[in-house]
Design a protein around this ligand. Sequence first.
Ligand SMILES: [Zn+2]
Length: 87
Amino acid sequence: MAGPRRTCIACRTQAAAGGLLRIAWPAGADGPVVGGTPGGRGAWVHPTDDCLAALRVERLSRALRRTVTADAFALLLDGLRRAAADT
Ligand SMILES: [Zn+2]
């Protein structure tokens, strides 16, 4: 029961934050990245093929309150898939 719980922005179910990949948009970056520095606005997603496939740029933009471009989203997905493979 320890630790914060977060909602996966793909499947909308809650999980322990440690079991999700964090997405953040660091100050000065061109787009969102996997991980990022603590604090600030973040989004979370399960490190699973299903949730990464279900992730939508519109929902991510809403979660981060910034417009994510298609190119930035493609780069982020690559990073998420790599991070998921390491999990
Ligand atoms: Zn999920």
